[in-house]
Design a protein around this ligand. Sequence first.
Ligand code: MEV
Length: 311
Amino acid sequence: NKIGYGEAHSKIILMGEHAVVYDYPAIAMPFPKAKAQAQVTLSEDGLFHIHSRVYSGLLESAPENLDNIRKAIELTLQICQMPTEALGIRIDSSIPEARGMGSSAAVAVAVVRAIAQFYQQEITDNQLHFIVNQAEVIAHGSTSGLDTLVTSSTDAFLYRKSKQPLPFKLNIDGFLILADSGQIGQTKEAVEKVRQLKEKKAAFVKEAMATIGDFVAQAKVAIEYNDIYELGRLMTYNHYYLNQLEVSNQTLDSIINAAWMAGALGAKLTGGGLGGCVISLTETKEKATYVAHKMKEAGAQKTWILPLRQS
Ligand code: MEV
């Protein structure tokens, strides 16, 4: 009984969301604490099955639609010239859906990898990215390719629309706390809100975007110099501007305030905003545990702690 396994991690944007839409740089990183896993076997009854269990948080859950995954499967079988047998596919994902964590891309990456392993075929990064990007277009209408890139790689990336993504290692000592607000993130609405604000207050929004871009560039340097304090400050400044761009909300701000009050070095929303997740930074694991606890008290549904330096 052959089995193929595949997995992929979630991703978060460390800094630069929204400004990245206007061609400023953002830093995105793998978040291996939340993962998607897939398992492929031959279907026992000759019919094609997908069983999917995906974490969708406590408050609201997104409707399950597997069209993106079907597309990924179809393309994988086609591109790799695999036999069209009836497969049984199990998906298990601990990545909160619709929080800007790349859940749909990660699930697709895991499925493609599982099928490739099932048929003992190598799949190139280019093939993987192509297939998952097609699935992402079905899931979201369009894609920048960022989620596909980061959920399938162990590197962090400096990402800019008009440039080649620059992979780098997060060689910095410190701990990141990710907190799920439990609210579905509203990336589309948030991007549209910023666009409208830009029509009303063009100069202000333009300057905010350029400033966020500068913070991101400085953050990249802070990481190179292993300066967690500077990175924390820059994250907080970044949030201040996201707040001015009106993409935060009361729930996110309460959780972020709680992190600051508990002594975090920095805290901000991550992803599209208007819900979704927030991140904060500490120098030690003990501090991270305390900050995570305080973020939960302030309304976070779930928290994860990640050492930034990856071995
Ligand atoms: C959402 O995760 C990130 C945004 O910058 C939108 C985008 O880049 O497409 C808000």
